[in-house]
Design a protein around this ligand. Structure first.
Ligand SMILES: Nc1ncnc2c1ncn2[C@@H]1O[C@H](COP(=O)(O)OP(=O)(O)OP(=O)(O)O)[C@@H](O)[C@H]1O
Ligand SMILES: [Mg+2]
Length: 265
C-alpha cells in the first residue's frame, strides 16, 4: 500500500494544494474509499487511474464536497486545501466549488445561452464590475475551453444545442470562468473526438501553469501524456502514487503493473 510521505521535503518540490489524510467514504454500508492519504501538488496535473468502481470519482468528489449532495454518502478523515479543513462547518461549499471547479464525464450545460452558461459563476461570485468586464471574462474562458471560434457568433444560442464535444468544452469554459485554483476533471474527454481531445489535453497542460489539475481517465495514454503525477486506485485503496513516468515504466505494486499492462480492469 502507498505510504504517506514524511513531512520533510525537498526545496524544489511544488507546493501542496490538497492534503488528504485517512479518508474513508461510505455509501450506506458500502465502504468505497478506504483510508486514503495523499498530497496533491499545485501547478501539477495529477491523473487518477484504476478499474471501474475503484473509487476514482468518489475520491475526486471529496475534494470539492460534491459528495455532500449524495444523501447516503458519508466522508471521514481530514482534507485540507492550502492547509484549511474543507469540511469545517464554517466552509461554504458554494465558495469552495468556485475555488475547486469540476468538469463531469457527461457534459451538463445549464439550459441557458452559451454566454449565460459561462457568465453564471462570475455573476454569482461578483467577479465583473461591468458588462464589458463580464464579456471579457466570458471570451477568455471560452478561448481557454478551446471553443471560442465555434461559438463566438452565437453566444445567445442555448448551450444544450451544441454537439456533445462542444458542450464539454463549454463546461470546461464554465469551470475556468470563476478562476478556480483547482480543476477536477472526471473523464472529461470520454465524449470527445480525437481532435477535441487533443485540444482539451493542450488546455490541461496550459492550465497547469496557474492551477492544480486532477483528471480521472481510463486512457493510460492520456494519463501518460497529460500528467506529471499518477494515483492508481484499486477496490477503494490508493495502491500507488508517484511520478507518472515511474508508475508507467516501473510500478512498485504488482496490482499497478497488472492494470497498466492490461491484465486487470
Ligand atoms: N451514488 C452512489 N450511491 C451508492 N454507491 C455508489 C454511488 N456512487 C458510487 N458508488 C459506489 O462506490 C464505489 C466507487 O464508485 P466510483 O463511481 O467512485 O468508481 P469509479 O472508479 O469512478 O468508477 P468508473 O471508472 O466506472 O467511473 C462503487 O462500488 C460504486 O458502486
Ligand atoms: Mg467514475
Amino acid at each position: 500500500m502507498y505510504d504517506a510521505p514524511s513531512l520533510e521535503r525537498n526545496v524544489d518540490q511544488k507546493e501542496i494544494k490538497f492534503s488528504a489524510r485517512n479518508v474513508q467514504v461510505y455509501y450506506g454500508d458500502t465502504h468505497a474509499i478506504k483510508d486514503v492519504t495523499v498530497e496533491i501538488e499545485d501547478n501539477t496535473v495529477t491523473a487518477f487511474i484504476g478499474p471501474s468502481g475503484c473509487g476514482k470519482s468518489t475520491f475526486l468528489r471529496c475534494l470539492n464536497r460534491m459528495n455532500d449532495t449524495i444523501d447516503v454518502c458519508r466522508v471521514e478523515g481530514d482534507i485540507r486545501l492550502d492547509g484549511e479543513d474543507i469540511y469545517d462547518k464554517r466552509v461554504d461549499p458554494v465558495q469552495l466549488r468556485a475555488k475547486v471547479g469540476m468538469v463531469f464525464q457527461k457534459p451538463n450545460p445549464f439550459p441557458k445561452s452559451i454566454y449565460d452558461n459561462v457568465a453564471y459563476g462570475p455573476r454569482i461570485h461578483g467577479l465583473a464590475r461591468s458588462k464589458a468586464e463580464l464579456d471579457e471574462i466570458v471570451e477568455t474562458a471560452l478561448r481557454r475551453g478551446a471553443i471560442w471560434d465555434e461559438v463566438k457568433d452565437r453566444l445567445d444560442a442555448p448551450g444544450t444545442g451544441l454537439s456533445g464535444g462542444q458542450q464539454q468544452r463549454l463546461c470546461i469554459a464554465r469551470a475556468v470562468a470563476t478562476a478556480p485554483e483547482v480543476l477536477l476533471m472526471d473523464e472529461p474527454c470520454s465524449a470527445l473526438d480525437p481532435i477535441a481531445t487533443a485540444q482539451v489535453e493542450e488546455l490541461i497542460d496550459e492550465l497547469r501553469q496557474s492551477y492544480s489539475v486532477i483528471i480521472v481517465t481510463h486512457s493510460m495514454q492520456q494519463a501518460a501524456r497529460v500528467s506529471q503525477k499518477t494515483a492508481f486506485f484499486h477496490l477503494g485503496h490508493l495502491v500507488e502514487f508517484g511520478e507518472t513516468g515511474q508508475i508507467f515504466t516501473n510500478p512498485v505494486d504488482e496490482r499497478t503493473e497488472s492494470y497498466i499492462t492490461g491484465r486487470i480492469g
